[in-house]
Design a protein around this ligand. Structure first.
Ligand SMILES: *Cc1c(COP(=O)(O)O)cnc(C)c1O
Length: 229
């Protein structure tokens, strides 16, 4: 557990410095501990270290951990969601970070028994390999969602490309922020869109400087037991 505590202290310090550089409050940035590469035991250590937001990207990993961790965690589903898996997981998560198509919204509407907090995933970088809507599709998509009683759009999410060029990464985050403000300013009742889910182990400081309210950190925080072993 000291491993996670040490990582957490370092990350919190870096987030604080990044927030200070742009006059933001650290309280406005939540850390999601991405536990997809680690065991349930290590996820419990993360909770014990004070991290209560956990991120998983596969139904199997989520369901396995939820069997043991029955309370005290807020669950974020950060991976792309297959339509046929919705039924299994939708009532077991607090946030979905990967809403990217109407067919998925339809299935959520059909299966969820309560309102689901969703981030609309945006492919800002335009890479073919990435999931998410093109930026110009986002507003029409969100407007369509007003008819769905079980979907609340809390924010936008993106993944930056895996590049050494930090200015490219920064620009992607800046563009997502711009789009988030546009949606927020439209004042949709079903889409308050106050939040921005962006930043991972390699780029969370830039994400915080550019307005992230949720950073999704795996390797740098809880490690990667798949790779270690
Ligand atoms: C795996 C993953 C992360 C965390 O990645 P790290 O580089 O280990 O911090 C964040 N977001 C998504 C969508 C992921 O799949």
């Amino acid at each position: 557990m000291t491993f996670i505590i040490n990582n957490l202290e370092e990350i919190q310090l870096k987030i604080k410095k990044a927030a200070n550089r742009v006059d933001r409050q650290v309280a406005d940035v939540s850390i999601i501990a991405v536990t997809k590469q680690v065991s349930t035991e290590r996820a419990i250590e993360a909770l014990d270290a004070g991290l209560n937001q956990l991120g998983e990207n596969r139904p199997e990993g989520l369901l396995e951990k939820r069997e043991t961790i029955t309370e005290g965690a807020v669950w974020h589903y950060i991976g792309s969601m297959q339509t046929r898996k919705v039924k299994q997981v939708i009532d077991k998560i607090d946030y979905l970070h990967s809403l990217d198509r109407i067919s998925l919204a339809d299935e959520i509407e059909k299966r969820a028994t309560r309102i689901v907090n969703c981030f609309v995933q945006v492919n800002v970088s335009g890479e073919e390999s990435k999931h998410g809507l093109q930026p110009e599709e986002v507003i029409p998509f969100i407007e369509q969602l007003s008819q769905y009683s079980r979907i609340r759009v809390v924010g936008l999410m993106t993944m930056a490309p895996n590049t050494e060029d930090l200015e490219v990464v920064r620009n992607i985050f800046k563009n997502l922020k711009k789009l988030q403000l546009e949606v927020e300013n439209n004042g949709y009742a079903h889409a308050p869109c106050h939040d921005l889910s962006m930043g991972m182990s390699n780029d969370y400081e830039i994400a915080v400087e550019e307005g992230a309210t949720y950073v999704r950190i795996g390797t740098a925080l809880v490690g990667n037991e798949r790779r270690d072993s």
